[in-house]
Ligand binder design. Sequence first.
Ligand SMILES: [Zn+2]
Length: 71
Amino acid sequence: MNEINGERCESCGMPIEKGKYCGYCAPDGKLKSRAEIRGGWINFAVNNEGISREEAEKRIDEEMKKMPAWK
Ligand SMILES: [Zn+2]
């Protein structure tokens, strides 16, 4: 993965300007639960990438293993 300027959300990997988490993962500065993040992420992938829920779950579980907040 290429290094970019700034930070990445430790929960989902989204580029952010500062802090530890993005506005989705921690809307009020407090990190949501793993189940909540996972569910939202899976829905996002299904709706935006046209993949099956099964496929999305498999991929998101892999992605989450790489995140500092969840590994
Ligand atoms: Zn995030």
